[in-house]
Design a binder for this molecule. Structure first.
Ligand code: AMP
Length: 217
């Protein structure tokens, strides 16, 4: 199948980033993660990073105008396809995405809503490790690197995201319920929503997504 234009929706820890990386390989389209972009900005100490780190450290959403600007810039050459991970997160962002895609003369193929129980999310978040260099994602027990603390892909150092600590995780999960979960209805209303069970092994979830997309085309 050619390029796909997807939004991945779901609570923190549900596996959007991991599935996005698998889908990116399958469809050869860019993986656009606003969280990764913002973390990079913080790491590089850019103006954007300075403006946004406070929100990220506290597990709160970065203001819509700022994150829409980031998305607009990153999606502009992706008319052939993309996998959006972590955007949109509010109704205003979803409306902005519609406008941006409209200006580009394209539309979404589907919005994949990943579902998993709270205990699965918490277990995944608490054990998640990420590569400082290339952003590859691991889990200390579900998906460990070959050598502890070292990325299999690039040899970079694995670290625990500051916002994966217990206190901030609670805020992030609440923020998701209060500000993002309503996007499920938003996209259901547009006939784009496809819900998948993300509590299973990632390969099974991946197969479920692939099957859905095959049926759509
Ligand atoms: P993520 O990597 O998707 O979990 O995002 C990490 C953090 O970046 C979030 O907790 C927010 O502070 C910020 N962030 C990422 N994407 C967005 C977005 N679409 N809207 C607002 N804040 C965002």
């Amino acid at each position: 199948m050619g390029g796909v234009r997807l939004v991945l929706l779901g609570a923190p820890g549900v596996g959007k980033g991991t599935l996005a990386k698998m889908l990116k390989e399958e469809y050869s389209v860019p993986h656009l993660s606003t969280g990764d972009m913002l973390r990079e900005a913080v790491k590089q100490r850019t103006q954007l990073g300075k403006e946004t780190s406070r929100y990220m450290n506290e597990g709160k959403l970065v203001p819509d105008d700022v994150v829409v600007g980031v998305l607009r810039e990153s999606i502009k050459d992706c008319e052939k396809g993309f996998i959006l991970d972590g955007f949109p997160r509010t109704n205003r962002q979803a409306d902005a995405l519609q406008d941006i895609l409209g200006e580009m003369g394209i539309s979404l193929d589907a919005v994949i809503n990943f579902e998993a129980p709270l205990e699965v999310l918490v277990q995944r978040l608490s054990g998640r490790r990420q590569c400082r260099e290339c952003g590859a994602i691991y889990h200390i027990s579900n998906m460990p690197s070959k050598e502890s603390g070292i990325c299999d892909v690039c040899g970079g150092e694995l670290y625990q995201r500051g916002d994966d600590g217990r206190e901030v995780v609670g805020v992030r999960l609440r923020t998701y319920e209060e500000e993002t979960a309503e996007l499920i209805d938003y996209y259901r209303g547009k006939g784009l929503l496809e819900s998948v069970n993300a509590a299973k092994h990632r390969e099974e979830t991946f197969e479920e997504v692939i099957t859905i997309l095959r049926c759509k085309k």
